[in-house]
Design a protein around this ligand. Structure first.
Ligand code: FES
Length: 193
């Protein structure tokens, strides 16, 4: 098991001081995962990662490739130094990179890569910053798109309601979903981003 994180606040800063041999307590795995069971070997999956949202897509890509699914990746970062897992993901399928400053791959965003190479797919899986998820959701309203959401979480098990998102359907019985226990993966159009 690998834990990949970026130092963002006090929690991850404390974690960064851990040394080999130190112990931490972990509850997990929690929540759902990306649906892959119905993907067939003749189908194409487009996997889109943004920044620190990229690591959860590595195992997804591996599992899809093992099923014979044709996998293509697009990874978006701010700059060349921030690019991660490009080589690892390339083992499972073609991998494009976009950087906002143009220092690696296509200059711009992941959506620019989709346009540039006219990429086709049966299903899109993505994880990354909300603006990127929003752009992908808006770009493919007719497609099957699965989004893995990020949120600050307190309990992680559905008890504290720190991570709720409003549902898109106004007649939904609950009117919200909890990212930690109902997600983190949602079909595009299920919750308001
Ligand atoms: Fe507590 Fe989601 S983090 S309900």
């Amino acid at each position: 098991m690998a834990i990949i994180y970026r130092i963002e606040g006090r929690g991850t800063e404390l974690l960064s001081h851990k040394k080999i041999g130190d112990e931490v307590t972990i509850i997990g795995p929690l929540g759902n995962g990306f649906p892959i069971q119905d993907m067939k070997s003749s189908q194409k999956a487009l996997i889109v990662g943004g920044g620190i949202g990229t690591p959860p897509l590595l195992e997804l890509s591996k599992q899809l490739a093992l099923r014979g699914v044709e996998v293509t990746h697009i990874l978006g970062f701010q700059t060349k130094e921030a690019v991660i897992l490009q080589q690892e993901l390339s083992e499972y399928g073609k991998t494009y990179v976009a950087t906002e400053d143009g220092t690696e791959g296509t200059k711009g965003f992941v959506t620019d890569v989709i346009d540039q190479y006219e990429l086709e797919f049966d299903r899109l899986y993505t994880c990354g910053p909300t603006p990127m998820l929003k752009a992908l959701e808006a770009k493919f309203p007719e497609k099957e798109v699965y989004l893995s959401l990020e949120e600050r979480m307190a309990c992680g098990i559905g008890a504290c309601y720190a991570c709720v998102k409003e549902t898109c359907k106004k007649d939904d019985e609950l009117g919200y979903r909890k990212i930690c226990s109902d997600g983190p993966v949602f079909r595009a159009g299920e919750v308001v981003l």
